[in-house]
Design a protein around this ligand. Structure first.
Ligand SMILES: Cc1cc2nc3c(=O)[nH]c(=O)nc-3n(C[C@H](O)[C@H](O)[C@H](O)COP(=O)(O)OP(=O)(O)OC[C@H]3O[C@@H](n4cnc5c(N)ncnc54)[C@H](O)[C@@H]3O)c2cc1C
Length: 111
């Protein structure tokens, strides 16, 4: 199992333009072992990082059963604008899948 605290590299296999400002990116994890071990649950997101620019939380838009790991991204600010200039074969960094816990503290404790 890979160290989920360390970001890993991924390259873009293909890009599909969905609308004027939104594209879907299919990723290929560069490290063979991480590619083998990588798994996620529906609703999880990756932190995508572009060196020198920053990072952004982006949901995984494919199903865990799909062959491709997909992210659909709308241009908003620094990271997503930089991403919109990327071409297939270019690489970025990814952190292990995470989930947001939408419950408030109150709900968690039941108070
Ligand atoms: C759990 C989670 C999952 C997400 N999943 C997705 C996803 O699947 N796809 C997706 O596209 N996004 C997703 N987002 C949103 C994405 O993480 C944010 O939009 C993120 O801030 C983009 O990073 P950025 O550096 O491109 O934008 P930032 O630079 O962080 O800009 C963020 C905000 O600042 C404002 N802003 C920035 N520049 C300007 C400007 N020049 N003029 C006016 N306003 C400006 C924008 O309103 C923008 O909303 C998700 C967020 C979370 C928390």
């Amino acid at each position: 199992m890979y160290d989920k605290t360390v970001p890993f590299g991924a390259s873009i296999k293909w890009i599909k333009k969905e609308t004027r400002d939104t594209s879907t990116y299919a990723l290929r994890i560069l490290d063979r072992q991480i590619r083998k071990d990588y798994c996620f649950k529906p609703g999880q997101f990756n932190m995508l990082s572009i060196p020198g620019i920053g990072e952004a939380a982006i949901s995984i838009s494919s199903s865990p059963a799909d062959h491709d790991l997909l992210h659909t991204v709308r241009v908003a600010g620094d990271v997503t604008t930089a991403l919109s200039t990327f071409l297939p074969e270019m690489s970025w960094g990814c952190a292990a899948p995470s989930a947001m816990d939408g419950r408030s503290k109150k709900q968690k404790t039941g108070t």
